[in-house]
Design a protein around this ligand. Structure first.
Ligand code: PRP
Ligand code: URA
Length: 212
């Protein structure tokens, strides 16, 4: 069995935890919620991108040549719609040359099964691609596992999953199926309630981001 300790990275930075506290607050209005969620997404992506491969390069400063480095990984961001768009916005601003494959999944509110409504990926991808699946709420893990499968089916296995908040149930489901996946999150919360919501969580991320 995969050790959760080695597969899950909880970002305990004070700025991250303060932003998480703000977005948990049910009184945050959509504009404020979105602004804080976007800032939090930047911090989580920054940590998630920490181990990207680089290659050496050089540039000329106004004074002399300088050694430098440039990202060499083939980076893919895969936001799970809708709520994953906030992580994608942060991610794209940090790695503008990355490819973005949107994945449309909607949880059936009764069965909690993730229903696919959009996935437009090429039949083949470079096997050494570095994929970031962006799913802000890792609840049952149905959406995340469906999104990850799209890449493993294409022989891509270097996969990170970035979530604002994760439930133990979702982490277990993802790692049982894909032990190679690394999960980056601001919090591992307590449990899922009978409606599949993360407790304490922050409620419905998509509805809060988009005011629906
Ligand atoms: C939410 C959330 C995740 C999913 C997590 O999306 O944004 O994608 O639920 O639940 P799971 O781990 O149990 O699959 P939702 O299906 O509500 O769609 P939305 O973002 O469009 O609101
Ligand atoms: N989706 C959400 O947006 N929130 C949860 O707590 C669970 C699934």
């Amino acid at each position: 069995m995969t050790s959760i300790m080695t597969s899950v990275k909880i970002i305990n930075h004070p700025l991250v935890q303060q932003l998480l506290t703000k977005i948990r607050d049910y009184q945050s209005l959509p504009g404020t919620f979105r602004q804080h969620a976007l800032q939090l997404s930047h911090y989580l992506m920054y940590e998630a991108l920490r181990d990207l491969e680089t290659r050496p390069t050089s540039v000329d400063t106004p004074l002399s040549p300088a050694k430098g480095s440039i990202i060499s990984d083939y980076v893919i961001f895969a936001p799970v719609l809708r709520a994953g768009l906030v992580l994608a916005e942060a991610a794209q601003s940090m790695v503008p040359e990355a490819r973005i494959y949107h994945i449309g999944l909607k949880r059936d509110e009764k069965t909690l099964q993730a229903i696919s409504y959009y996935a437009h990926l090429p039949e083949t991808l470079p096997p050494a691609s570095r994929v970031y699946v962006l799913d802000p709420m890792l609840a049952t893990g149905g959406s995340a596992t469906a999104a990850i499968s799209l890449f493993t089916e294409r022989s891509v296995n270097d996969i990170h999953l970035v979530s604002l908040v994760a439930a133990p149930e979702g982490i277990k489901r993802v790692l049982d199926k894909f032990p190679q996946v690394k999960i980056i999150t601001a919090s591992v919360d307590d449990y899922l309630n009978e409606h599949g919501y993360i407790v304490p969580g922050l409620g419905d991320a998509g509805d809060r981001l988009f005011g629906t």
